[in-house]
Design a protein around this ligand. Structure first.
Ligand code: SF4
Ligand code: SF4
Length: 161
C-alpha cells in the first residue's frame, strides 16, 4: 500500500513535524488540529482502510469489557480465553491483530456500536491539549493515513503564518 511504501521516510517526516509542533503555543495547536481533524474526516472513508484495526489494539477499559460481553453475549471466561489479554503495561488489549472484531472482507467492526472508547476516539487528532500527546500522535500518524494528512495540513498552515 502506498502509505506504507517507505515507512522509514514517512516516520522521519512525521518526527520532523512533531518537533516543530513542540515550539507552537498549545491553544494554537489545539485550534488547528480541531479544524483539520474535521476537514479530513469529512472526506475520509474508513471502510476503505481499517489500518488501525489491522495493526493496532486499543486499550480496553473495564466499561468497554462489560459492553463487549453484552454485545457478543459471552461470559468473562470466554472473553479472556479467546479475545482479550493483559499486555506488559498491565492494560487490557485484544489478543491478536488484525483485531478479532474486524470483518476482514468488509472492513466493518462486528461490535461497532459497542466498540472500545479508544476505537471511537482514534486517531485522537482532536483531543484537547494535544501538545501533551505528541508521542501518541507520532505513532498514530504512521498507522493512520487520515492522521498523517491532518498532521501535514496543520504543519503547512502553521508554516505559512
Ligand atoms: S473493536 Fe472494532 S473498531 Fe476497535 S479495533 Fe476492533 S474492529 Fe476496529
Ligand atoms: S487508520 Fe485512520 S483512516 Fe484508516 S480506518 Fe483507522 S481511523 Fe480511519
Amino acid at each position: 500500500m502506498e502509505f506504507f511504501e517507505n515507512l522509514e521516510k514517512l516516520q522521519a517526516e512525521i518526527s520532523e513535524k512533531i518537533d516543530a509542533f513542540r515550539e507552537v503555543q498549545s491553544s494554537v495547536l489545539d485550534e488547528q488540529f480541531d479544524r483539520y481533524h474535521h476537514v479530513v474526516f469529512e472526506k475520509t472513508n474508513c471502510l476503505t482502510c481499517a489500518n488501525c484495526c489491522k495493526n493496532y489494539s486499543p486499550i480496553i477499559e473495564q466499561e468497554d469489557i462489560e459492553r463487549i460481553q453484552k454485545a457478543l453475549n459471552v461470559d468473562g471466561k470466554y472473553l479472556f480465553d479467546n479475545l482479550i489479554e493483559m499486555d506488559e503495561d498491565g492494560d487490557f488489549v485484544f489478543k491478536s491483530q488484525p483485531c478479532p472484531m474486524l470483518d476482514i472482507d468488509s472492513n466493518k467492526c462486528k461490535i461497532y456500536a459497542d466498540r472500545p472508547q479508544a476505537c471511537a476516539e482514534y486517531p485522537h487528532t482532536n483531543m484537547k491539549r494535544i501538545k501533551k500527546h505528541l508521542e501518541l500522535l507520532e505513532t498514530n500518524a504512521s498507522i493512520c493515513p487520515a492522521a498523517n494528512e491532518i498532521l501535514d495540513k496543520v504543519h503547512s498552515a502553521l508554516s505559512s503564518k
